[in-house]
Design a protein around this ligand. Sequence first.
Ligand SMILES: N[C@@H](CCC(=O)N[C@@H](CS)C(=O)NCC(=O)O)C(=O)O
Length: 270
Amino acid sequence: MAEVTLYHWEPNANSGKPMLALMEKGVAFDSHYIDMLNFEQHRPEYLAINPQGTIPAMTYGDRVLVESTAIMEYVNEQFAGPDLMPGDARDRWRIRWWMKFMDQWLAPSFSMFGWKYFVGPNALAAHGQEKIEAQIARIPLPERQTAWRKAVFGLFSEAEMAESGRRIAVGIEMLERELGKREWLASDHYSLADVNGFNLAYALPLSQPHLSNDDLTPNIMRWLRAIYRRPATQACWKLGRTPMASRVAILEQDYIPPRAEAEGIVSGVR
Ligand SMILES: N[C@@H](CCC(=O)N[C@@H](CS)C(=O)NCC(=O)O)C(=O)O
């Protein structure tokens, strides 16, 4: 048994961030998959670890850590292995700037698409309306109850979806510009900003093929493929169990042309 246990869902967004950071550092950990579509995050045994019922969470000895970006910073400082907050003070400022921008502004927009097109429809198909209502009533955080209701019952408004689409387009432009300046997102060294960014952006050429592809965003594509080829990323994405995570295989293609429409990824995930 390892000293570290990570409770996580798919290598994607919040769960994927500490998963990938631990693997990059070479930290041995017990992987505890929480099946979010089966509401395992609201079961008493998990609530005993994280009473908020959200994932990821990490235990290290008797310490319990939550919040994906804060966990990554902890992992980087606590354990030996390559420094993922490298460079000088300005680089570290840039890393933190990008992580804050992604966590607060961009990730919620990606998440809205993921929940509308993947999480909600798949959970509804698996459990049916009545059981889902009962599950939602058990969720500890009111804001997570709202997110589930909107996803399952198709209640994200057109205005919300349009705003998320706009933010994703702005985020793509910003990433492309920044990655034109240096090899990695925030520093000349691979950093937590790259780990964070990859977890949001790995499926961009599938989900936003009209905005991100080899013709329009060559810097993003170079960056995504370079991260995909890293042994830690390969090991991390092997822990995925749903078609959400297997979208990463798009990065094996050498050239991805512009397309007008997102490909039908399981249940229309975009
Ligand atoms: N800010 C938290 C967000 C955690 C969070 O909301 N995670 C989502 C999955 S990405 C979750 O646990 N959802 C479960 C639920 O809403 O039932 C973090 O970065 O760790």
